[in-house]
Design a protein around this ligand. Structure first.
Ligand code: ASP
Length: 593
């Protein structure tokens, strides 16, 4: 053993044929060692690549024996001479033309046998991988994602810096900032019985920066939301958070489009088509049934309700319209081969959104067959098929219900069927801005209005009179950027007028006293010279998932939590000492078992 480790001259991914003859030192992890034709070989790995190292016992028997004794994942330093591999070139790796003939090996540290091999493909469970994430992170697919994440972070910082943004921090120990989730609370030792909340977003602080005059803010920040178990949600996640003063929606769209272009050019050398199209929330719901439409394929929802004027011969259609609902449908091109079993499955999927049934019919040369065909004579069949642009061989699916049921039921079937039937083109990026979301949503269980985005979102000025008459119709100056059916981020122009903010609070059932207690500082700030302002936040983990082609958020986060919000490596959350609890003045209602 040597006390002073050798200093590497190159990384394990650097050497090429042009280096032949050079004496080099490499440090890294033993990816594998083997004996081939009497020679010992080590594949030495670091995050830059793998280099083959050869130990010839006829040149130095002791060295070859030392090399044969090392195990996978040991950390070693190797000095030697770069030689050609001759005809044994390995075309799979960039260093494949050369190998290093070792003159020295230093074991820098031994390692226990890893719980799973450090290979691109492993059969180990994700649980085991997350328990040993420090080993898992050595695997190339994960490592690539983490490196890409760092690079994209840099691209974002550079872009925003070039555009005059300041990277400004906001507190982590703070007061609740409502974004629609539960807060993570942190007990205060100094103020017994009181709690900080971890930020669900820096929303209020970024607005206060605007009031203070820092007119272009950004932060790549961590947000915390305590939501119920959901696959692929993380309790802490990263946002690219931005806010600007003296701007309108157009400025935000323009800036974000340039930011996305920069990122896609950097990662995929892909030119996003600008400007990104926009559709209103109402249009998105009407045509696609969801507020995050996937624009890569058609299969749009069609509204047949107007045909009720001719008196639908099918009572369920007629009733739905009579009750204020809609009759909507989709045409599955060449869907005539879809089995009864699949249609039953679609019906079950539609039921998840409250649809009481799914009408269907197949178009054949002899007219409609199956499902609800028998309710429609030839005239009606032609009329409906004509209205929907359907042709022989297609399958028609219908939902007759309230719009709030029919839209999501068909919208989600649309996604499912597009995936099943191969309608989604590969390597296609279809961005869309969804705008003019409703300001409010009615929570029927709680019997009150809730903010659809957050309670600091500005209504469209022309809709302000609706506060007193029809709050459900107020449209917000809010927008989401959606890519391939996935929401990348969202934001809004904010309320900068105290009276309007108070009015919205009271509509949300937040009385004056509660408003002052929770958001007094905001109301004061709005009175102290607040400029018009607005912003947006992008979900950075999700963005990285889409950019890297990963299928799980956990594959783009170095130290992720599981669906039940635990960290399998550190075993957080965990119990704390009784002494710590006493100091905090906390008694557990349910003693630990
Ligand atoms: N704070 C918002 C969010 O986290 C984003 C924004 O309105 O800028 O969704």
């Amino acid at each position: 053993m040597f006390e002073v480790p050798p200093r590497r001259t190159h990384t394990c991914g650097a050497l090429r044929a042009t280096d032949i003859g050079a004496t080099v030192t490499l440090d890294g992890w033993v990816a594998s060692n083997r004996d081939l034709g009497g020679c010992a070989f080590i594949d030495l790995r670091d995050r830059y690549g793998v280099t083959q190292v050869k130990f010839d016992p006829t040149v130095n028997a002791a060295l070859a024996a030392a090399a044969a004794a090392v195990r996978p994942e040991w950390v070693v330093g190797i000095t030697g001479v770069v030689v050609s591999r001759g005809t044994n070139t390995n075309k799979q790796i960039p260093t494949g033309e050369i190998e290093v003939e070792a003159t020295e090996i230093v074991v820098l540290n031994q390692a226990e046998t890893p719980p799973f091999p450090v290979r691109d493909e492993v059969t180990a469970s994700e649980e085991l991988r997350l328990q040993h994430r420090f080993v898992d992170l050595r695997r190339r697919p994960i490592q690539k994602n983490i490196v890409l994440r760092a690079e994209v972070t840099h691209v974002v910082r550079q872009f925003l810096h070039e555009n005059g943004f300041l990277e400004l921090e906001t507190p982590i120990l703070t007061k609740s900032t409502p974004e629609g989730a539960r807060d993570y609370l942190v007990p205060s030792r100094v103020h017994g019985g009181e709690f900080y909340a971890l930020p669900q977003s820096p929303q209020l602080f970024k607005q206060l920066y605007m009031v203070a005059g820092f007119d272009r803010y950004y932060q790549i920040c961590r947000c915390f939301r305590d939501e119920d178990l959901r696959a692929d949600r993380q309790p802490e996640f990263t946002q690219i958070d931005m806010e600007m003063s003296f701007i309108d929606r157009e400025d935000i769209y323009e800036l974000c489009e340039r930011l996305m272009s920069r990122i896609w050019k950097f990662v995929h050398n892909h030119d996003i088509q600008l400007p990104i199209p926009r559709i209103s929330y109402d249009e998105a719901m009407a045509r696609f049934g969801v507020d995050n439409p996937d624009m890569r394929y058609g299969l749009e929802l069609q509204d047949l309700s107007a045909l009720s004027a001719d008196g639908f011969p099918f009572p369920l259609f007629a009733d739905a319209v009579a009750k204020g609902g809609v009759v909507k449908g989709i045409v599955v091109p060449n869907g005539g081969d879809i089995s009864r079993k699949s249609i039953d499955d679609y019906t079950a999927k539609a039921a998840i959104f409250g649809a009481k049934g799914l009408g269907w019919a197949k178009l054949t040369a002899e007219g409609w067959t199956g499902g609800i065909s028998k309710f429609f004579d030839a005239g009606w069949q032609t009329k409906i098929a004509g209205a929907m642009g359907a042709k022989e061989g297609d399958l028609l699916l219908f939902v007759a219900d309230l719009a709030k049921v029919a839209n999501p039921a068909l919208g989600n079937l649309r996604k499912l069927i597009a995936a099943e039937r191969g309608f989604i083109p590969a390597d296609s990026y279809k961005f869309v801005w969804v705008t003019d979301f409703p300001l409010l949503d009615y929570d029927a269980d709680a019997g009150r209005w809730v903010a659809m985005h957050h309670p600091f979102t500005s209504p469209r000025p022309e809709d302000v009179p609706l506060f007193d008459t029809n709050p459900g119709e107020i449209r917000a100056r809010a927008y989401d950027l959606v890519l391939n059916g996935i929401e990348l981020g969202g934001g809004s122009i904010r309320i900068h007028d105290t009276r309007l903010q108070s009015k919205l609070f009271s509509l949300l059932g937040i009385g004056e006293e509660e408003a002052n207690q929770k958001f007094g500082f905001l109301l004061k700030a709005l009175k102290s010279g607040a400029p018009p302002h607005g912003g947006i936040a992008f979900g950075f983990d999700r963005l990285m998932m889409l950019l890297s082609g990963a299928t799980s958020l956990r594959d783009v986060i170095a130290y992720p939590k599981t669906a039940s919000a635990s960290c399998l490596m550190t075993e957080a959350p965990g119990p704390v000492d009784d002494a710590q609890l006493r100091e905090l003045g906390i008694a557990l209602a349910k003693p630990r078992g």
